[in-house]
Design a protein around this ligand. Structure first.
Ligand SMILES: Cc1ncc(COP(=O)(O)O)c(C=O)c1O
Length: 289
């Protein structure tokens, strides 16, 4: 847990803390570890030898499952959206293949039919959904919230996370009683994002607010404004971000602060969901403060 000393937060009297889950592991980091933990325990408990999961070309989740399989001695199968891709297409897929993950590349239509793909490629495998988001993931993320509550004194007013498949936000809102601010990294309305999150939980404890303005054009999209923001933020705070999720969330948080959304003295927790292995080559190498 680290205080974020960006000038805007200091100026406005906001106490912003970041839960540095990016530091858990180079590949099984951030929300990946939280979401995989109970899935891996369940797979092991039920005697599965193989894990099967799904993802896009740049999926941090694919990299994390591949790394977890290698570390814990599971065989792994990754079904990747995009028949034009290969294990050499990018560093994420190269890494997954190097960990021993068997990759299958399928077109977008086929990719939608997860049931059929499972039957075809991994009938006996323990299936982890896309992005790792399921009930077991929610349980793992909720544990992180309890950790944060024990680490900080005083009331936490807001808990912030990036959103992709919604499991992380679901875990937070299942365990945190106050306001959860969710920043989708894809072009999705706040209603759709809310529905996505609520497919993973029965009983939210806290109140959800989706801030759907800071996706920068959609999933994986970025521009110079976002890259400049990352460079400035890192110089000011020493906290590394990546352009797909964490930077969009932090950018959105700074914009909310500038608009006067928060009041002086508010205590805000931001989850660093990791993903630094997918950091753009346009950014400088990560320096640790
Ligand atoms: C770095 C990072 N942050 C945030 C998210 C979004 O998490 P979720 O898919 O649980 O909404 C992901 C995707 O899992 C991710 O890789």
């Amino acid at each position: 847990m680290q205080i974020v000393e960006a000038p805007i937060f200091v100026e406005l009297g906001l106490r912003v803390y970041i839960k540095r889950d990016d530091l858990i592991h180079a590949y099984i980091s951030g929300n990946k570890w939280r979401k995989l933990k109970y899935n891996l325990i369940e797979a092991e408990k039920n005697g599965f030898q193989t894990l099967l999961t799904f993802g896009g070309a740049f999926s941090n989740h694919i990299a994390a499952v591949a790394a977890a399989g290698k570390a814990l001695d599971f065989d792994t199968i990754g079904i990747i959206r995009g028949e034009e891709l290969s294990p050499d297409s990018n560093p994420t897929l190269q890494f997954a293949a190097k960990c021993g993950m068997k990759l299958h590349f399928v077109n977008r239509t086929l990719y939608r039919d997860k049931e059929q793909l499972t039957q075809r490629y991994g009938r006996d495998a323990f299936v982890i959904p896309e992005g790792g988001s399921n009930q077991l993931a929610v349980k793992g993320v909720a544990e992180m919230v309890e950790e944060v509550k024990n680490q900080l004194d005083g009331k936490i007013d807001y808990f912030c996370t990036a959103l992709g498949t919604g499991g992380t936000a679901a875990g937070i809102v299942s365990a945190f009683e106050e306001e959860v601010l969710v920043f989708p990294s894809l072009k999705i309305s706040s209603e759709e994002a809310g529905q996505l999150i609520l497919t993973h939980i029965l009983q939210p404890k806290g109140h959800l607010k989706v801030i759907d303005k800071y996706h920068f054009g959609g999933y994986g999209k970025m521009n110079d404004t976002l890259l400049d923001f990352i460079r400035d933020f890192e110089t000011q705070t020493g906290i590394p971000l990546e352009q797909v999720y964490t930077a969009k969330m932090m950018y959105g948080l700074v914009e909310l602060a500038k608009e006067g959304f928060f009041k002086s003295g508010d205590q805000i927790v931001v989850l660093h969901t990791g993903g630094l292995q997918g950091r753009s080559e346009l950014l400088p190498p990560i320096k640790r403060k």
